[in-house]
Design a protein around this ligand. Structure first.
Ligand code: NAD
Length: 502
């Protein structure tokens, strides 16, 4: 939008009034320009959102630095009480948050209502509770008492993607704030609106000014200066591998610890001894959110001996997947998030087919629905090593390959530079132990999928990320872990004479 026009301050989406300005230091701050926020459902513009630059990033980091000492010094019970009020605020607005998120990123309203938004509240409640119990027992070493404590790290920068914007942001904001840090969030430009609603909820819950800040904008204009900012102490990034490389390079000169949750190309390994109904259900479940799920198991590997029956059953079930408007309760999968992403997914599928892969389901846009709707697609006969088998598509596209024995199954499953998740379906408990131990992934699911507890470690190997979050792993990242060594009373000998590891 041109600078000389009056910039809008609010938009209304699905009956919800949303402030489209930044949230810095406990107040709304206008930017110098705006960017268009387009809904994937019908490609209409639903907001002009204020676009941040280095100016707003500087202001937000300064506000977060100023707010840090008091927030860090606040007794943990008081901090946690405020975060529980944030959880209550989210719970009170589940319906609004769900409607806005659905309009903004095209994910299903029913899953936002029932699963995602309640989980957003949990992201605050769980880590508020956890922080109150956070304690490491003192250690006794050669008569010395060693006390391990978790000091807040400072200002945490959080950069997030569009596929589950509020859920992914709060899964980092919850522990970061609970640990006593202050936060600057850069939400995704393709789905920024619920971050603004979260700012309102934070203010209503009594989160002090400057403890939580939101700078909207594009990756290059707002994300890049935030990554490179010398005033941040932690950087938590969720997004794609190429962007992660740029973020890491920007943060490197400041020696800022990074947590990266990136893409995947996860396998779903179906053994001949499995419960076939379960295997079929787990396979078709991968179309959820139109395949825009980092954890999705899009490489289906099935034992030769059951491949024909399995494929037939998968096809039968996949044909029943209902594609349509995500606000409709009957819809199972909706549209892709943007025109750019749609073209990217289509490119992957077209190149795969040109290269010899055969679509046994879908294979292109949904012409009846038009717009950004891409048909659920299953490809077979993809050439080994081709990009459809190695690169993340992030769309409703599965490949099916076969293996002859367990050894080959493990080799194929691990034949990827990613390592986010792996799923195996088997009726043999020994095989479950054996194979799961050999799979290279941050999370391995045996006869289940997507079960993820906030207390468990979560993250990826290889190109899927750096570090783990969840439970104590979140606090390890969002704090400076300190060891304080108390000498025994009357002690007069230097540590080095006693022998030390340093
Ligand atoms: P993306 O990397 O394009 O963008 C992610 C965020 O980074 C956005 O907010 C974007 O504005 C910002 N950004 C872009 N360029 C930047 C730069 N130069 N400096 C700083 N920030 C910049 O990713 P996306 O397309 O939004 O999301 C999809 C990706 O996210 C997929 O690869 C998916 O697998 C991954 N993802 C991973 C997880 C996980 O937990 N492992 C969860 C969800 C999504």
């Amino acid at each position: 939008m041109p600078l000389d026009e009056q910039l809008p301050t609010h938009t209304e989406v699905e009956g919800v009034r949303i402030d489209v300005r930044h949230w810095i230091g406990g107040r709304r701050v206008a930017g110098a320009s705006t960017f268009a926020d387009i809904s994937p459902i019908d490609e209409t513009e639903i907001a002009q959102v204020h676009a941040g630059t280095a100016t707003e990033v500087d202001a937000a980091v300064a506000a977060a630095r100023e707010a840090f000492p008091a927030w860090a010094a606040m007794p943990v019970a008081e901090r946690s009480a405020i975060l529980r009020r944030v959880a209550e605020g989210v719970e009170a607005r589940v319906e609004e948050l769900a409607r806005v998120e659905t309009r903004d990123n095209g994910s299903l309203l029913r899953s936002h209502r029932r699963g995602v938004m309640p989980r957003v509240a949990m992201n605050f409640r769980f880590f508020a509770d956890y922080a109150e119990q956070l304690a490491h027992p003192d250690m006794e070493v050669r008569g010395h008492r060693e006390r391990i404590s978790y000091d807040p790290a400072g200002v945490v920068a959080i950069i997030t993607p569009w596929n589950a914007p509020l859920m992914l942001a709060t899964w980092r904001i919850g522990p970061a704030l609970a640990a006593g840090n202050t936060v600057v969030l850069k939400p995704p430009e393709w789905a920024p609106l619920t971050a603004s609603l979260l700012a309102d909820i934070m203010a209503e819950a009594g989160v002090p000014d400057g403890v939580f800040n939101v700078v909207q904008g594009t990756g290059t204009e707002a994300g890049a200066p935030l990554s490179a900012h010398p005033g941040i102490n932690r950087l938590s990034f969720t997004g794609s591998v190429p962007t992660a490389g740029r973020v890491a390079a920007a943060a490197a000169p400041n020696i800022v610890p990074l947590s990266f949750e990136l893409g995947g190309k996860s396998p779903l390994v179906v053994f001949e001894d499995c419960d076939l109904d379960l295997a079929v259900n787990l396979t078709v479940e991968q179309f959820d959110n139109a395949g825009q799920v980092c954890l999705g198991a899009f490489r289906v590997l099935v034992a030769d001996s059951i491949a024909a029956e399995f494929t037939e059953r998968v096809l039968e079930k996949a044909k029943q997947v209902v594609q349509g408007d995500p606000r409709d309760e009957a819809t199972d999968i909706s549209a892709l998030v943007s025109r750019v992403h749609f073209d990217r997914v289509r490119g992957f599928v077209e190149r795969a087919i040109e290269g010899g892969a055969r679509p046994i389901l879908g294979g292109g846009p949904n012409e009846e629905l038009g717009g950004l709707f891409f048909r659920p697609t299953i490809l077979v006969d993809a050439k080994p090593g081709s990009e459809i088998l190695t690169e993340e598509v992030f769309g409703p596209v599965l490949t099916i390959q076969t293996f002859s024995d367990e050894e080959e199954a493990v080799a194929m499953a691990n034949d990827t530079r990613f390592g986010l998740a792996a799923t195996l379906v088997t009726g043999d408990p020994d095989r479950a132990e054996r194979v799961s131990a050999r799979l290279n992934a941050g999370t391995v699911w045996v006869n289940c999928f997507f079960v993820r507890d906030l207390g468990a470690p979560f993250g990826g190997n290889g190109r899927s990320g750096i570090g783990r979050e969840g439970g104590i792993w979140s606090f390890d990242f969002y704090t400076d872990v300190k060891n304080t060594v108390f000498a025994p009373a009357g002690w007069t000998v230097a540590g080095s004479e006693e022998g030390s590891d340093g």
